[in-house]
Ligand binder design. Structure first.
Ligand code: NZQ
Ligand code: ZN
Length: 393
């Protein structure tokens, strides 16, 4: 087992009606002037935003609202939010929504606490981040895990780059999670969320030579839980227990518990971010569209077969004795599951058809202009990334 630091300080307030506690949670974490951040309007239509405002009013907390965070949230929009937060004198940023809203809120918190610095300089760590404002979350979709993660992702539309920042300042102070708030989600978003949760766990799992038994068992249990409840949720999205299991998995899959004691990969996410930056496709779908091609490539790495075989046996109950056959069956069942829940498993199904030139551009974006090697299972530079994109077509 490798050495690690585990620090996940987010207070989780989980269950039915918990959004009513928003005012008390904000007050507890020192907020008296709150910028409420939300997305394209689902929280307005569902009435959630009004309930949150009422909860803040009851605690005499001043607030202003800032909507409009897009899926694949934009740097320019976050910059707008920073101006609003500074002008209002916000002392806490409250995200009401999914990963895009939460990441926008985190960006606003960093920018508002450091108004002299440019947000993209902070993002690229050209300016060290030493302080931020507290962020609270009211989660409306189980997917990105941003509610407990140390990461935030923005698209710089001028540079055509989607990129994340990992810092302890990205940990939300509290996360209110009421699974009932997810009942209004479109099927496709539920499926994208299930896929993203699985990926956050798998990106920490396919590390050859990995030796962390408890972490493996947690990861495998989490994957089985998402897969089983994902099937139930796709048939009935008002199944509270299924949505509750998926929601809790979303947080655990990305708060690092499923990766303790070993390296992490996140190469599939790099492929997905390149696709989302170029084609503005949903995050979960962008991952599944390349996963099959990535898995076929990674499987040929040293020690990878054994790991994929374990995954197949523990997660998909594959009974093949021989590692290679088991590994291939595990990959096949994963792809079949994505199909079953309606998620694209090729670039064509994702609705994109990159030219040769586009493949090169995507490969360069994925590997930061061929300056990094992704994937501990089998090194991926720009040339390999291009082949994986080509195979994913
Ligand atoms: O914008 P609104 O109108 O709210 O609609 C959203 C959006 O269209 C809708 N939605 C959310 N909750 C809803 C709802 N519609 C009806 N009822 C509800 N209860 O769903 C759509 C997607 O929302 P979004 O916030 O984009 O979803 P998600 O949570 O999947 O977030 C995706 C973003 O998070 C990033 C992704 O790259 C992507 O930009 N990620 C962030 C991570 C992190 N910070 O740790 C890690 C992830 O790997 C990921 O990269
Ligand atoms: Zn993700």
């Amino acid at each position: 087992m490798k050495s690690f630091v585990q620090y996940t300080p987010t207070e989780v307030i989980f269950g039915k009606g918990t959004e009513e506690q928003a005012g008390k949670a904000v007050a507890k974490w020192g907020g008296s002037r709150v910028l409420i951040v939300y997305g394209g309007g689902s929280v307005v239509r569902s009435g959630l935003l009004d309930r949150v405002k009422n909860a803040l009013n009851q605690e005499q907390i001043s607030w202003e609202e800032f909507g409009g965070a897009k899926p694949n949230p934009l740097l320019s929009h976050a910059r707008e939010g920073i101006k609003r937060a500074v002008a209002f004198g916000a002392d806490l940023i409250l995200a009401v929504g999914g990963g895009s809203t939460i990441d926008t809120a985190k960006a606003i918190a960093h920018g508002a606490a450091n108004p002299e610095a440019d947000l993209w300089d902070i993002w690229k760590k050209r300016v060290p981040l030493t302080k931020s404002l507290p962020v609270g979350v009211i989660l409306t979709i189980a997917a990105a895990g941003s509610e407990m993660s140390d990461s935030a992702v923005l698209t710089n539309e001028e540079a055509g780059v989607k990129s994340g920042i990992n810092t302890e300042f990205n940990r939300a102070k509290f996360a209110i999670m009421n699974p009932e708030l997810t009942f209004t989600l479109p099927d496709y978003q539920i499926a994208c969320g299930i896929t993203d949760i699985m990926m956050h766990t798998m990106e920490r799992y396919f590390i050859p030579g990995s030796n962390a038994m408890l972490t493996d068992e947690i990861a495998e249990g989490l994957l089985r839980t998402v897969i089983t409840n994902g099937r139930i949720a796709m048939k009935n999205k008002e199944d509270y227990n299924a949505m509750a299991e998926i929601m809790w998995c979303s947080s655990i899959s990305h708060n690092n518990l499923t990766g303790l004691g070993r390296d992490r990969d996140f190469s599939v996410h790099k492929f997905g971010h390149a696709l989302s930056a170029k084609y503005d496709v949903a995050h979960g779908a962008s991952l599944a569209a390349v996963w099959n091609a990535w898995a076929a490539f990674a499987l040929e790495g040293e020690g990878a077969e054994e790991r994929f075989a374990r995954y197949a046996r523990k997660v998909w109950q594959v009974e093949e004795q021989q590692d290679r056959a088991a590994a291939l069956e595990g990959i096949r069942r994963t792809v079949e599951y994505f199909r079953e829940i309606g998620i694209p498993v090729t670039l064509a199904e994702l609705g994109v058809d990159p030219s040769e030139e586009d493949l090169q551009e995507l490969a360069m974006k994925t590997t930061q202009n061929d300056t990094v090697k992704l994937c501990p299972a089998r090194a991926i530079g720009a040339a390999e990334a291009k082949e994986i994109f080509r195979a994913a077509k």
